[in-house]
Design a protein around this ligand. Sequence first.
Ligand SMILES: [Zn+2]
Length: 254
Amino acid sequence: MNRIDVTRFLESLYPPHLAYDWDNIGLQVGSLNKPLKRVLITLDVTRSVVKEAIEKRIDLLISHHPLIFQPIHNILFDTPRGALIKNLVKHDIALFSMHTNFDRADGGMNDILARKIGIKDAKLLDETYEIGRYGAIEPTTIKELVAMVKEVLELDHVRLIGDETREVSVVGISGGSGQQHIIPAQRKGCDVFLTGDISYHQAIDALQMGFPLVDIGHTAEKVFVEAVFDVLREQFPELDIAKSGIDTNPYQTL
Ligand SMILES: [Zn+2]
């Protein structure tokens, strides 16, 4: 099997054209025109993940968040990113990223998140950006919703902006940074909106509007790892596929 057999299959599920113009997806480092034995799947590419890839003699590393995002002008081995690129090249590990194409695809990030938190018949949340999902859940309080979300998405904590006693039955969700979808979520009739990267000022505004938000961070997107593992396992049963055991969440809550 060739590396490109796997990436072509993934691109058929999560088409590259779905990625936003500002994004940088696909092959980031290395060559796809090589034999493939071992794949490793991760949310982020960090030093620990690259170390794990080297130890497991991985040929193809698949990440959600791109390692190379802003254009780079040089590859300096003494910088964190440069050192990662150097190690990937040195060990002939190809790095392939699926970011907003995975988020926006049918069956991708937002469909998975919506299903996991119990949204039935999830619909498109933000028509302008063509991203996010919303729909009805079993009526509950925000407090109970948060407890369930933490459990099913395996999150240590979330940040709530709003009143936890409020009753909710329509929920919106957008994995990753979804601040720009707050107003569309409110317009769609959501009782609460779940996303990551909600800024202080956005939180103040939401509280004034009386629109509850739950910040689930980027860590909620680790569902990527399981999802990609499952589709590859089914399509390529003979392939050696591993899920990274590294928790790449950079934050600690003290
Ligand atoms: Zn993200």
